[in-house]
Design a protein around this ligand. Structure first.
Ligand code: C2E
Ligand code: CA
Ligand code: CA
Ligand code: CA
Length: 279
């Protein structure tokens, strides 16, 4: 037991050390120099269920390690959060995503919203709103082109503070979306006071959508709740045509998932946006 515990503490320390090095390499722009690899972003299209057009992308962080290959975010985001490193990494994600979104604007492509995941630690950080304002100003991206994805459990940690923070962001013109909706314990009365624009149905409810009456009931409930609160509803993790049909038939607004595209490098998004430009 003790040996296992030590191993896991040791493992954590190694992972943390690796993350720090990889982040340093990422920031200094010398990814090859480090033994810890580097971070980069992939983007996954968000598609309008009625028109089939891409209207936004979600930025997702990736860590490529020279020995371990791709380290999946669930393996390191928690530790980044615990150690506080997420604040710096999160700011890098934000700035990188805003810079990329500005490049798409400059290329004359269809207007796009870029969504960035924000963790609890980052959301509660004192200077969050200021950092976002600076990132937008530095990159010249319109605030309306940025969306933050936050989870309900994050918002429930300190409801009062969270609502204040969300209002500041909304006043700035940045939109907010509730990620993984239905998986945290949320209060419906709190939902009413959140200045958000979108609910995202978690992929755990989408996976068996074609066969599970329970998941269908949940999806329908989220869609109708969202619409009654004047929110848009997006489903994540859409992998099959059956899932897409169910969502489209039941007035879900948007979708995201492997059916349309996995997360891809920015260049691939550029190509997709070019392909959907009107002739
Ligand atoms: P999330 O925000 O719920 O992101 C959705 C996850 O589902 C992503 O995993 C995405 O690659 C994956 N996905 C997309 N389409 C499909 C599909 O059709 N089927 C299935 N099964 N999965 C699909 P990923 O990229 O591994 O990220 C996992 C989690 O890590 C994210 O969940 C998010 O909570 C966190 N994360 C990722 N990037 C960041 C970041 O930049 N900052 C923060 N704070 N968290 C991040
Ligand atoms: Ca997300
Ligand atoms: Ca999600
Ligand atoms: Ca999730």
């Amino acid at each position: 037991y003790t040996r296992e515990m030590n191993a896991s503490v040791e493992e954590k320390l190694m992972l943390l050390e690796g993350m720090r090095k990889a982040f340093d390499a990422t920031q200094s722009g010398a990814p090859a120099a480090g033994q810890a690899g580097h971070f980069f972003l992939m983007y996954q299209p968000k598609v309008d269920l009625r028109t089939g057009r891409i209207f936004g992308v979600e930025a997702l962080i990736r860590w490529r390690h020279p020995e371990h290959g791709m380290v999946p975010p669930p393996r390191f985001i928690g530790l980044a959060e615990e150690s506080g490193l997420i604040v710096a990494i999160g700011e890098w994600v934000l700035r990188t995503a805003c810079r990329q979104a500005r490049l798409w604007v400059d290329a004359g492509l269809d207007p796009l919203t870029v969504s960035v995941n924000v963790s609890a630690r980052q959301f509660e950080e004192k200077h969050l709103v200021e950092r976002i304002a600076v990132a937008l100003r530095d990159t010249g991206l319109a605030p309306g082109a940025l969306e933050l994805e936050v989870t309900e459990s994050l918002l429930m940690r300190d409801l009062h503070q969270a609502i204040g923070r969300m209002r500041e962001l909304k006043d700035m013109g940045v939109s907010l979306s509730i990620d993984d909706f239905g998986t945290g314990y949320s209060s419906l009365s709190a939902l009413k006071s959140f200045p958000i624009s979108t609910l995202k149905i978690d992929k755990s409810f989408v996976r068996d959508l074609a066969t599970s009456a329970d998941d269908q009931a949940i999806a329908l409930a989220v869609i109708s709740l969202g619409h009654r609160l004047h929110l848009r509803v997006i489903a994540e993790g859409v992998e099959t045509e059956e899932q897409r049909e169910f969502l489209a038939a039941n007035e879900c607004d948007e979708m995201q998932g492997y059916l349309f595209s996995p997360p891809v490098p920015a260049d691939a998004i550029t190509a997709m946006l070019r392909a959907q430009l009107q002739p």
